[in-house]
Design a protein around this ligand. Structure first.
Ligand SMILES: *[C@@H]1O[C@H](CO)[C@@H](O)[C@H](O)[C@H]1NC(C)=O
Length: 998
């Protein structure tokens, strides 16, 4: 009985713990030292006899003692558990991706430790010198912590260390020479630390087992030591983003195992070294963004390079003929250099080229006929050079081709017949050359051809009937050639056709019937041809048509009333033989340039009928006219009298409305005068660098936002004196740049872009009338006391909307539009917090080459949003918009201003990066946001970080950004909220195609 009682007592007061072995007890001690918010250690309990079945624990089969502990990715927080060293057989520890936030203690008693992975934690303090005392340590990874200070001298004494990775810490000493003593080292990875300026120790050349040497962004100065050439096993050398000077040592040609060399973004000078021919494994050489000069050495060309990236150097010279001998070269991208001379004519004979981009150089001579000899060539990008001669007939067999851009060269002759019909080509661009001949009938085989752009050549003959078989054709642009004959009837079968531009040819005959089956047609330009007959009435049912130019033809008959149904941005029927009454919608000032030069057309406002009509009843008309003239005289006298009166009465407020030029892009439900009357200081709702914004409530109850741009002249718009107005009317000064831009912007139709209703201009002042957005700008809302309205789902939606708007500008507008001033104040919110991108105040239309229109002469962008490369290139392109957009993302996630006194010297981008590194993501995210969206917020934050990459090339395209944002949102909806975690970088393969904007 007593025994029974005792054993009962035993069992209840020490419940089961008696059975757990000592190692298990140590581990429970570890468990208690951690905060385990995800219950990752829930399987760790004292009821088991051994810990061997616990999560993350592995034991030796024979002895049953713990050999390995893998608690990666478990959201554990707390100090590093020194108790682990009591597990004598422990050889493997991984706490990768947790929140261990102490210093690294002395763990030299972990005698059997081989593998220690503490990467992606919050460790602080110095590197403990005792780490080198671990006799068996082979693997030490402390990547992504906050370890600071210098390397302890003991680090030269590791006995077996093979991997040392300290990437993304706060080490601020220099890279010491004694690292060259760790002769067992295979991987040395010290990238991204704020080291003091220092040289690459030549002693690193002693690490003859080294396979990977990553010293990216380590504040390296001086020259690359010759001794690195001794690293015979090295396959990856990355010295990018440092301050290295001098030339690339020729000893690098002795790195016989090397696969990848990255030297980009340094200040290296001289030529690429000779003797690279030994590097038979080299696949990638990136020496972009240095100051290299001279020619590309012959040796390089015999390599099996997959990628040769020499972007943005100063190579001036020729491409050596031996580049053609490269046995495995399949990607050659040498765009945007200053290479000259001819391409080697046997290029492609040996190399199985796939991607070939030599755009934007100064090459001359013919296209090498063997380019596609291996039958692999997919992309052939040769725009902006001075290539001459014909397209080699051998290329008509190149069925692998899918993207061909030969524009802006001096090519001539006829296109090989079957070249027109290559089955996989979706883009064929031959613009601005001197090609001649017909479009081959074989084009019927071009089943994937979507963009056919052959403007500005000497093509002739008639358009083949077969064009109607190119079922995927979306854009056919053949302006300024010598095509003649009639339009093929089959053209109306192209139901995907969006743009048909045949301006400036010698085409004749009538417009085809059944044109209304071109349901996607939004631009029809047949100007400057010899078309005759009537404009078909069906044209009015092309519901998405918004650009119609039929000017300068011989069209007759009436203007079809159906045209009034269309929402046209551009309508030009001038210089034809049209007759009859103008449809009422068009009988307005706004359309006065649309119908010029049609002598038989009648309308009140813009055109008046020719005398011929009146000849028939001359006398009658004479009487009528006299009466009319008399009445008009009386009327004019009256008006003048009234006007003088009025001027005296209200001189200060007078606006000379007569000299306003109105350009409208939508059917307007208001008149410009109504707006002019309301530009009162009381109605100002905003003020920016480019002008004031007014809210104008129209008589129909609708509101519009009117932006008044500051004029060049000091005088405001409100009090322009009449004399000056008159003088102007006589010698009108037109700002064509502005007009052209506004016209482009007016054409844009997208749900995430603020609608521009119209513009009114005088010399002194320009008004832009936009739709009114009741919730104002994102910036104002986010940084005001009302930011509580913006919960995470709203912020997410806003950012996605804005991304779609920008993506539209970048990818769907032709030519692409760079916004140039993306910021939270330019993202406006409608009544439902739907976001629209606004204020193209400084947006310019860029041409396909990415050159900024010449009217650009002021600094683009706003403080805190300007991409770093702008400081040295003064060029903006889509990538600078993406940077600014990234800043907006960071703003939304953090709730902070892009420039905040609290950041010190830093801007938001630097602040986010350092805070993430030092404190973790929780310190970055706006505390007003509900933590249950944490995971999605982190993902979006991540996207913001990718967009703000310092190197433009690393920023994803806007299209990709939209996709990433959608993925970030979609996953959350599927999985619900998950554990908190640190950020892992996004990888993407976008952005290498800079030389070939499609
Ligand atoms: C480490 O993290 C734990 C748990 O989150 C926290 O209680 C503790 O204060 C942190 N210690 C340091 C030094 O930050």
């Amino acid at each position: 009985m007593l025994l029974l009682f005792l054993s009962f007592l035993l069992f209840t007061s020490f419940p089961l713990s008696l059975s757990l072995n000592q190692e298990g007890l140590y581990l429970l001690q570890l468990k208690s030292s951690f905060s385990d918010s995800d219950s990752a250690l829930s399987s760790w309990n004292s009821r088991d006899p051994t810990p061997c079945n616990w999560h993350g624990v592995s034991c030796d089969g024979a002895s049953g003692s713990v050999t390995s502990l893998d608690l990666s990715n478990a959201n554990l927080a707390g100090p590093f558990p020194s108790v682990l060293c009591r597990l004598h057989n422990l050889s493997y520890i991984s706490f990768y991706y947790n929140n261990i936030n102490s210093t690294i203690p002395d763990i030299s008693t972990c005698r059997n430790l081989v593998h220690l992975d503490l990467s992606q934690n919050l460790l602080t303090g110095d590197l403990p010198h005792t780490l080198a005392d671990l006799p068996n340590l082979k693997y030490l990874d402390l990547t992504g912590n906050n370890i600071s200070g210098d390397f302890p001298a003991s680090f030269g004494r590791f006995q077996k260390l093979e991997v040392l990775s300290l990437v993304y810490n706060l080490l601020d000493g220099t890279i010491p020479a004694f690292l060259g003593n760790i002769s067992t080292l295979r991987m040395l990875n010290l990238s991204y630390n704020p080291f003091s300026p220092g040289r690459i120790p030549p002693e690193l050349g002693n690490l003859t087992h080294l396979e990977i040497l990553w010293l990216t962004e380590c504040n390296l100065v001086g020259e690359i030591p010759d001794s690195l050439g001794r690293l015979k096993r090295l396959n990856d050398l990355d010295l990018a983003i440092n301050h290295l000077v001098g030339s690339i040592p020729s000893s690098l040609a002795e790195l016989v195992s090397v696969v990848q060399i990255e030297l980009y973004n340094n200040s290296l000078t001289g030529e690429l070294p000779r003797g690279f021919s030994n590097l038979t494994n080299l696949r990638l050489l990136d020496a972009s963004m240095n100051r290299l000069t001279g020619k590309i050495p012959d040796e390089l060309t015999r390599l099996s390079l997959e990628s040769l990236n020499l972007y943005s150097n100063k190579f001036e010279g020729t491409l050596p003929p031996s580049i053609a001998d490269s046995p495995a070269l399949y990607e050659l991208r040498i765009f945007q250099n200053r290479l000259t001379g001819e391409l080697p004519q046997n290029l492609g004979k040996i190399s199985p080229l796939r991607w070939f981009d030599v755009s934007s150089n100064q090459f001359t001579g013919p296209i090498p006929p063997s380019l596609c000899e291996k039958g692999r060539l997919q992309e052939m990008l040769m725009i902006y050079n001075s290539f001459s001669g014909q397209i080699p007939s051998s290329l008509e067999q190149c069925r692998s081709l899918n993207r061909i851009r030969l524009g802006h060269n001096k090519l001539s002759g006829e296109i090989p017949t079957r070249f027109w019909g290559l089955p996989h080509v979706y883009l064929l661009e031959l613009v601005n050359n001197s090609f001649s001949g017909h479009i081959g009938k074989s084009i019927a085989n071009a089943k994937n051809l979507s963009l056919l752009i052959i403007s500005r050549n000497q093509f002739n003959g008639s358009l083949p009937e077969e064009i109607g078989l190119v079922g995927k054709l979306a854009k056919f642009s053949a302006s300024n050639n010598k095509f003649n004959g009639v339009l093929p009837k089959s053209i109306v079968k192209l139901d995907g056709l969006g743009i048909l531009d045949l301006q400036g040819n010698e085409l004749e005959g009538g417009l085809p019937s059944g044109i209304d089956s071109l349901k996607k047609l939004n631009e029809l330009n047949l100007a400057d041809n010899k078309f005759s007959g009537e404009i078909p009435d069906e044209i009015g049912s092309l519901s998405v048509l918004n650009y119609l130019d039929l000017s300068d033809n011989q069209l007759t008959g009436r203007i079809p009333l159906g045209l009034q149904n269309l929402k046209l941005n551009q309508l030009n029927l001038s210089d034809n033989l049209l007759s009859g009454e103008l449809p009422p919608l068009f009988d307005k000032e706004a359309y006065k340039n649309s119908f010029l030069g049609n002598p038989d057309l009648c309308g009140n406002f813009s055109v008046s009928c020719d005398k011929r009509d009146e000849d028939k009843h001359k006398g009658y008309v004479w009487l009528l006219r006299s009466i009319f003239v008399l009445a008009a005289l009386v009327f004019i006298v009256g008006v003048v009298w009234f006007y003088l009166k009025y001027r005296n009465y209200k001189k200060a407020k007078a606006i000379d409305k007569s000299k306003w030029t109105l350009m409208s892009f939508h059917k307007l439900g208001f008149s410009e005068y109504e707006i002019l009357d309301c530009l009162d200081e009381d109605n100002v709702i905003g003020k920016g660098a480019s002008g004031k914004v007014y809210k104008v409530v129209l008589s129909n109850g609708e509101a519009v936002a009117v932006k008044k741009l500051w004029g060049g002249v000091q005088k405001g718009c409100d009090n322009v004196d009449i004399e000056k107005g008159m003088a102007q009317a006589e010698s009108p000064v037109r700002d064509d740049g502005f007009q052209a831009e506004v016209e482009t912007l007016g054409k844009i139709r997208h749900k995430n872009i603020v609608k521009l209703w119209c513009s009114c201009t005088t010399r002194d002042c320009k008004l832009l009338v936009y739709e009114y957005m009741p919730n104002g700008s994102l910036g104002d809302l986010l940084h005001s006391c009302k930011s509580g309205l913006l919960d995470w789902p709203t912020r997410y939606k806003i950012i996605l909307d804005a991304a779609e708007g920008l993506s539209y500008l970048h990818h769907d507008c032709v030519p692409p539009i760079v916004h140039r001033d993306v910021k939270s104040n330019n993202i406006l919110l409608d009544g439902d917090f739907g976001a629209r991108v606004a204020d193209f105040g400084v947006a310019k239309v860029v041409d396909a080459a990415g050159k900024v229109a010449k009217s650009m002469s002021f600094i683009a962008g706003s403080c805190g949003y300007i991409a770093p490369e702008y400081a040295y290139t003064l060029r903006v392109n889509e990538k600078s918009d993406i940077y600014s957009f990234g800043v907006v993302i960071l703003e939304l996630v953090t709730g902070r201003l892009p420039i905040d006194p609290g950041f010190g010297e830093k801007d938001i981008v630097k602040w986010v990066c350092t805070t993430l590194d030092q404190k973790g993501a929780d310190y970055v995210v706006d505390s007003k946001l509900d933590p249950c969206f944490k995971e999605e917020i982190y993902k979006v934050l991540n996207i913001g970080l990718v967009c703000t990459s310092p190197l433009p090339i690393n920023r994803p395209s806007m299209r990709r950004v939209v996709k990433m944002l959608q993925e970030a949102g979609a996953e959350n909806q599927l999985k619900g909220t998950k554990k908190d975690g640190k950020l892992t970088p996004y990888y993407y393969e976008d952005g290498l195609d800079q030389g070939s904007v499609a």
